[in-house]
Design a protein around this ligand. Structure first.
Ligand code: CMP
Length: 139
């Protein structure tokens, strides 16, 4: 059935000028953009998004990273788009992400405490609903 997912182009992606490339891949795959915004996250919003990682060693570095510069938030729609976007994004760890994927082609390990991997995509219908409400409460 038709799903929606929350996609972020993280600060590393925006800073490196890869926003267009990420959106191009999403649209070329055949998914549809239904909302799009460039914004600066504050700590509160970032902690809300990443609440499930609270207590993990990379939580603080993750908050620092995700608030370090503008991000692009998008809601993307399509048949099985949650799984489909995760597939075009590639594995979390860019060193092993498959070539052909966003992370496999465009990201690498910089030796930091947090993995900088250009994009985020919701991992389940429940996460998608929760995350879309954080970024686009009117949807
Ligand atoms: P994302 O899909 O946005 O969800 C949580 C983020 O935390 C993840 O992408 C990475 O940027 C980062 N992350 C996840 N696991 C680790 C880890 N083991 N070490 C460092 N950073 C991580």
């Amino acid at each position: 059935q038709i799903e929606r997912t929350l996609v972020l182009v993280k600060p590393d992606g925006v800073a490196r000028g890869l926003t267009g490339e990420v959106l191009r891949r999403i649209e070329a795959k055949g998914y549809r953009l239904v909302a799009l915004e460039l914004r600066q996250l504050d700590r509160e919003t970032a902690s809300r998004h990443y609440a499930e990682h609270e207590g993990k060693p990379f939580f603080e570095p993750l908050l620092e990273f995700i608030t370090s510069g503008p991000i692009v938030a998008a809601v993307v729609e399509g048949q099985r788009v949650i799984e489909g976007f995760r597939s075009i994004a590639g594995a979390t760890d860019p060193t092993v992400a498959a070539p052909g994927s966003i992370r496999g082609d465009l990201a690498r390990d910089w030796g930091k405490k947090v993995i900088e991997n250009i994009v985020h995509g919701s991992d389940s219908p429940e996460s998608a609903e929760r995350e879309i409400a954080i970024y686009f409460p009117s949807l």
